[in-house]
Ligand binder design. Structure first.
Ligand code: ZN
Length: 136
């Protein structure tokens, strides 16, 4: 089982790491370790033939599953469709969901939960370019 390792933090940021994706196992939630206030992020691994052991739904949060490796199937209520590396699946509130790894290799995915309908500005409608000098 992997854990989130706190790397460093400042007054305006928190930095954690699960380490090598290749060595990652199990499920790790990030919110508490990084004091996230707008979403929950989790890393998950499904071994070949494995599915999440339960269906579930959410009352307030939509979920976005980002598949980093592997291939499989995703079910939303009674609809099933294939997923694979690079897939991003958004699931609304109030419906059942699950995913299964049908490939021979591991399926690694990230799930981002955020309150449905909460996104206001984003990317360039929220960002402002500043005059800071780069230290990189
Ligand atoms: Zn969920």
């Amino acid at each position: 089982m992997s854990d989130l390792k706190k790397m460093n933090e400042g007054t305006k940021y928190s930095h954690g790491s699960i380490g090598s994706i290749a060595d990652f196992n199990g499920k790790v939630f990030v919110k508490d370790g990084l004091n996230e206030s707008s979403c929950e992020i989790s890393f998950g691994v499904l071994n070949p033939g494995e599915a999440v052991p339960f269906f579930h739904s959410h009352r307030e949060n939509e979920e976005n599953y980002i598949i980093l490796s592997g291939n499989g199937l995703f079910q939303v209520n009674d609809e099933v469709f294939p997923i694979g590396e690079g897939s991003v699946v958004r699931v609304a509130t109030g419906c059942d969901r699950n995913l299964k790894n049908t490939s021979d290799g591991r399926m690694v995915y990230i799930c981002v939960q955020a309150k449905e309908g909460s996104l206001g500005g984003y990317t360039m409608t929220d960002a402002e370019l500043t005059d800071r000098v780069s230290l990189l």
